[in-house]
Each structure stands twice: as C-alpha cells, then as structure tokens.
Design a protein around this ligand. Structure first.
Ligand code: IVH
Length: 690
C-alpha cells in the first residue's frame, strides 16, 4: 500500500498513537508505579493495536508493544561476550568495613583526611544481574552476567518483562549498554509458589532463585506471566577508563541515575547522594530497619563513588571496582522464649507442630508463631517448650525456629522437657497414623471437625467455588453447631439459620445465601479443585475437567485414561480414582449434583492424549535441569508411559543429566547406560507435544 493511501495513512497514525499511549502507560504502571488508567482501559488499547496490526501486518515492527512475547520459545541460549566484564562487588558486613573503604578511597584520591567524599548509596536488589543493549534507542539484546566475561543471550525473555522499555523515551543515538537487576517482586513470588504447591511442584526457596529459574526457561510467555521486574543502576561508559571523553555524558553517578530514569528506564527511587561516610552509614542503618516495607527483597546497600572521573582514577582489582562496596544487612534473627509447641490439623489431616512464641520484633513484624517442621526435626534440634530460641525469617517468608540457646536453658525444676508428639488428633482424639517411610502424622478420621473446617474453607476459596463471606469465623460456627458437616450441606443452609449466628445480620445472611447459590454455576473445573482431592491442584483439576468434560466422563475413566492426560500422571490419577471409588464421596457428589451444582465444564477444548512414546523405559534424573523442575520432568516421563527411579542399575534405560550431576553420571558411564543432556531430553518429550 502506498503512503498516500488514505486508509493506510489513517492506520499508520492510529498505530503510532496507540503505541505511544501504551508505552506511556507501561511506564506509568511498571516504572513509576502510578497508573493513570485502569487495567481494563489498558487492555482495550492493547487489543485495538493488536486488531489494527492484524489488519495491517505491514505495520508490525519488532518494538511494537504487541511483540514482547512473539510466541517463539527458543531452543537454548547462545553465549555472548560482554564488551566490558561484569564485575562483582566487594562486601562489608560491619560498619567498620565501610569506614575502611572510605579511607582507601580517600587515600587513592589523595584527599585530605576528614574531607568528606561524595557517594551514592543505593539499595542492593536481590536478583540477578542483567546487561541491556540499546541501539538508537531500541532494545536489541539482553545478556545475563554468566561468569562476568561471557553471559547468556536472554533477549527473548528480557523483552517479555513489561518494566523494560523496548524503546527509550528520548532519542538516544548509537549503542548504549545499561546494567541492572532482574528480580521477582515478593507478591508475584508468593503467588507463584502457591501455584507450584497446587501443581505438586517444589516451591522456590526465595524470590531470587525464582527469578533466576524463570530467566532460565526457554519460554518467554512464561516469563511474561511470572511478573518479573527490573531496576537499572549502571550505565557502561563507551570508554570506562576515560569517561570525560564524551562531553554529553553526566559527570556524576547521581546524574547518570537521573538520566536513566529520563530515558524511561526503571530506577530504584530510594538512592541518596551522601556527603561522606557518616551519611552513608545513616542510610544503611535506616534501610536495615525499613527493608521489609519494600515490595522486593534487598540484601544490603551498594555504596558508589559519585564522581565518574574519580572512579576511573581508582580503577579496579581483578574482581571488584575499587570505587564501590556492598554493605550486607545483618541476618534477620531474634531470640525469644518458646512458650509452647502446639499442633495444627490440615485439610488432608496432616498434623504438624508449630511454635508459640513470646511476641518478638523480627524483620519489621511482630512474630508470635513459627514453623517447626515435624517431630523428628524438633528432636534433632532438641527444641523444648520453655527454651530461649533463635528465630529467623527462613527463606524470608515464614519465620522458623533455628535452634534453642542451650546456654540459656533453665535448670532445676524449671528445666524444660523434650517435646512429645501427640498420639491422637488434638481435635477429635482419633489415633494418628503415618505411612511407613513418611515423617508426617495424619488424622485418619474423615469427619474430624478440623479437617471439615479446612475443607470448607478450601471449597469456598476464590480459586475454587468463590463463595465470598464464608470465612474462618463463620465456618467455625457452622461446624461447631453441626449445621454443616460437609460441602454439600452448604447448599441446604437457609438465611434464617444463618441469622442466628454471631455477627450475622439479615443482610449478610441473605448475601451469603446468594453467594452460595451463585457458586452452583461455577465450572466443574472449580468444583473438582474445591473438593480437595489429594494431589489435585487447580491445574490438574482443569486438565481433568477439559479432558473428560465433567463428572460423568470422569467417573467412567479408567486409571490408565486418567494417567494419560498430559500434566496429570499416575499419582494424581490414582488419587482421583480412589476418591471416586469411595462410596461416601460418590454420595457427596450426588448430593452436590441434586443441589444444582454444575458437574460439567465449558472448557471444551479437549487435551490431546499423549503418545506413550517412553513406555517400558526407565529413567534416572541427576543434577539440576534449567528449564523444568524435577517433578515436572518426572511427570513428563510418566505421562508418556516411562518410569522414573532413584537408583541406577544396568536395567536403567537412560540417565538425564542436568547441571552438577554428581556420582550418578560416572556410574552410568561405567555401567554403559545411555546418558542424555537436558536439550536431548527436551527433544524426547517435546517430540509428541506437537
Ligand atoms: S553495582 C561494577 N548496584 O549485586 C558495579 N550492583 O553482589 C557492579 N546488585 O553483581 C554492580 N543491586 O548484580 C550494583 N544497586 C546496585 C545493585 C547491585 C544489586 C547486584 C549486582 C552485583 C551484585 C554484587
């Protein structure tokens, strides 16, 4: 189409205007955290642009906001050399380390002792370093740190991070490299781990590991979904040893940070220019206490000389620049008295001990409860009620008891006694049971009130039946008064009954009844998830609902048919079959159906069955796989009819070798068993994924 074509001109203008608007709102949202329009309005802009581009494919450009995830998973990452090595930082763990650094800097620059040097103090973001290359203002490449000299080209994943602009706001000619950190905000981390737990995948230990794991995946769409963020803090000088060579460039680091922000790049806003080390130390002290208020994890403060020419004069050692240092925050630990050890009964009957503590301030919150894992762990650490214990924000999520302070253990009559795991359920007094090789004790009673309460809360949860207003206080009353014994009883409740409960007016009672009524229309995928069948998370429930269409199809499915659903596997399949074969559960399902709860799904798209391409073959997994967890790899093999075992023998068909494989690799070689790397393994399981 010629540019004089009126339609084309019109479309070009519209496309340009939409792109400018989307970029603007992306910056407001992801960089400045101050959106001007609602998510719905934003989605409308993006949709209009997508439609226009579909109608005028000739107008699509690589830096259009629609092209962040261009739908092409990559085969692997190429390694590329950094134009200048990506250095690490020297650390200081005490304030004395900062003073010593200040003295070294002063000496190196030959300033009079006592004359304050100007520094910039920035929060140290706990993520993974990234180098972004822009050419004439367009993002052309993203590279991980790697070994500092060579990193991996992760451009496709970097493009999927919404906070990273594909084009800079102001014209920046030529090649520019900016460096910074990619991280996972704590809220995204919590959401992601909740999803993993439901899918039966092991949780990530902390946001940093999760961010690193995400960047290693070969699927940009997944990166986009996980909600990674980026913060930039370094502009690579074309000629680092002589920054004065470019008259346009700022002379100080503080001006660089302002420059980066003016380009539309995300910059952490709490940095501070400090005149001398005393101000730096005050900044470090302040943030050691305030760090929890941030939406991301920070593990310290980075202190950098402000003047860029002075930086060049100081230079660097083999590993670190001499002009910067990282101050690491002290570990967040506290001591307090362990008042007692209680046990909690979960939805599946798992009985787990936890610590009740004398309230203590830790990481910005008051801590009164902490995890103790299981009875064996308590015995191993010799933690006793009455001890003074050391508590820590473990993995930075839930506090855990690290150890008892044995030197402070009371003696004589007040001496604490070892913990004894109860032998009966604290709720219903049923003797606890545990599988032979398990550490978890369970209450086997199906009508245990604690299990019922948890089961009801799970059923009512937003991602299950979404019954708003059915919270803990109400569930407790309903169960205690025996008004509800299972999820089907909810559908027999009447407003008059609810009104008699505490803190229940007639309005809330009517609303709750309407909510319960409304939940009957939920899709069967939600119903199945809400039933709380062991091992059936939201994902598996959805897959099963899609494949079998609803309850009737599910009831008719054999164990093999269940296990053949991609992403389901034998453990989930067995659990579903056991659940469905239990007459009590069948009665429950009947009652739900009679009450009018939907037992079909709208999510019709049938999932193709996977060819049993690995049937009869036994696999051993060793080392860490970059693109998937061990559980995912296992599921993928089992879904294709293969078996996974932990022990390697001549009968093993194949060993999948990840990073840091350990002794199994040597053993496989000596036994002559086939070994394949991650890529070959992916090919094996991708072949039939279409
Ligand atoms: S400056 C040569 N500033 O911490 C300058 N690094 O432990 C190098 N980091 O490799 C880095 N926040 O990945 C700098 N505000 C910040 C930072 C920061 C996090 C990371 C970075 C570096 C590591 C060193």
């Amino acid at each position: 189409m010629s540019s004089s074509d009126p339609v084309s001109t019109d479309a070009t203008e519209q496309v340009d205007a939409l792109r400018a608007a989307i970029r603007h709102h992306d910056e407001r949202y992801y960089v400045l955290h101050d959106p001007e329009i609602s998510d719905t309005e934003f989605d409308q802009l993006l949709r209009r642009l997508t439609e226009l581009e579909a109608a005028h494919p000739e107008l699509v450009t690589p830096d259009s906001p629609t092209q962040r995830v261009a739908g092409r998973p990559v085969d692997g990452f190429a390694t590329v050399e950094h134009p200048q090595p990506m250095l690490s930082l020297d650390n200081a763990y005490e304030e004395a380390g900062l003073t010593a650094f200040d003295e070294r800097v002063g000496k190196g620059l030959d300033v009079d002792p006592g004359t304050p040097v100007a520094y910039v103090a920035e929060l140290k973001i706990d993520g993974l370093s990234i180098a972004l290359h822009y050419r004439d203002g367009s993002l052309v490449r993203g590279v991980t740190r790697g070994d500092g000299v060579r990193g991996e080209d992760v451009t496709s994943n970097v493009r999927a991070i919404r906070g990273i602009p594909l084009v800079l706001k102001t014209a920046v000619p030529g090649d520019v490299e900016v460096r910074g950190e990619i991280f996972l905000p704590r809220a995204s981390f919590d959401r992601m781990n909740a999803e993993r737990a439901e899918a039966g995948a092991p949780p990530f230990a902390n946001p940093r590991n999760a961010a690193a794991g995400t960047m290693r995946t070969l699927d940009p769409a997944l990166v986009a979904r996980r909600g990674l963020g980026a913060l930039l803090y370094h502009l690579v000088e074309q000629n680092e040893s002589d920054p004065r060579g470019d008259p346009e460039r700022p002379a100080g680091h503080s001006a660089v940070l302002e420059q980066l922000a003016a380009w539309g790049l995300p910059v952490e806003g709490h940095w501070q220019r400090c005149e001398g080390m005393t101000q730096v130390i005050a900044f470090c002290r302040e943030w050691a206490g305030r760090r929890r208020a941030l939406p991301f994890d920070t593990d310290g403060v980075v202190i950098k000389l402000d003047n860029l020419a002075d930086r060049a004069r100081l230079g660097q050692t083999a590993k670190f620049p001499r002009w910067a240092i990282a101050f690491k925050f002290p570990a967040e630990q506290a001591t307090t008295r362990l008042l007692r050890i209680d046990v909690n009964v979960g939805r599946t009957g798992a009985v787990t001990p936890y610590a009740v503590l004398e309230p203590v301030q830790l990481a910005g919150t008051t801590v009164q409860l902490a995890t103790l894992h299981n009875a064996e762990d308590i015995a191993r650490k010799d933690v006793r009620a009455g001890d003074i214990v050391l508590v820590e924000k473990g993995g930075d999520i839930i506090p855990k008891v690290v150890k008892p302070m044995l030197g402070r253990r009371p003696t004589g009559d007040a001496a604490p006694v070892p913990f004894v795991m109860p032998t009966v359920c604290p709720e219903c007094r049923t003797p606890l049971e545990r599988a032979e090789d398990a550490v978890v004790w369970r209450c086997p009673n199906d009508v245990c009130p604690a299990k019922i309460r948890r089961g009801l809360l799970h059923f009512a949860a937003r991602r299950a039946m979404n019954i708003e207003g059915l919270g803990e206080a109400l569930v407790n009353q309903l169960v205690d008064r025996e008004l509800v014994r299972d999820v089907a009883d909810l559908y027999g409740l009447r407003a008059e009954t609810l009104e008699r409960l505490e803190r229940m007016g007639s309005k809330s009672a009517t609303n709750l009844i309407a909510e319960i009524e409304g939940s009957k229309r939920r899709d069967f995928a939600h119903v199945l998830f809400g039933l709380g069948v062991r091992h059936v998370g939201e994902g598996a429930a959805e897959l099963l609902a899609r494949r079998f269409g609803g309850l009737r199809g599910l009831l008719g499915a054999s164990l093999e048919e269940l296990a053949a659903v991609v992403g389901v596997g034998p453990i989930v399949a067995a659990s579903v079959r056991t659940f469905l074969d239990d007459p009590a559960n069948r009665r429950l399902l009947d009652r739900l159906a009679v009450a009018g709860v939907r037992m079909e799904t709208d999510r019709v798209a049938p999932v193709a069955e996977v060819e049993q391409s690995l049937s009869g073959r036994t696999f051993v997994l060793t080392g860490t796989l970059a693109s998937m967890s061990r559980a995912e790899a296992k599921r993928a093999i089992e879904a294709r009819g293969g078996k996974v075992t932990g022990s390697l023998s001549r009968k093993t068909s194949c060993v999948v070798v990840g990073v840091d494989p350990g002794s199994k690799l040597d053993k496989a070689r000596s036994l002559g068993v086939e070994t394949i790397d991650e890529q070959a393994f992916r090919n094996l399981i991708m072949a039939d994924d279409g």
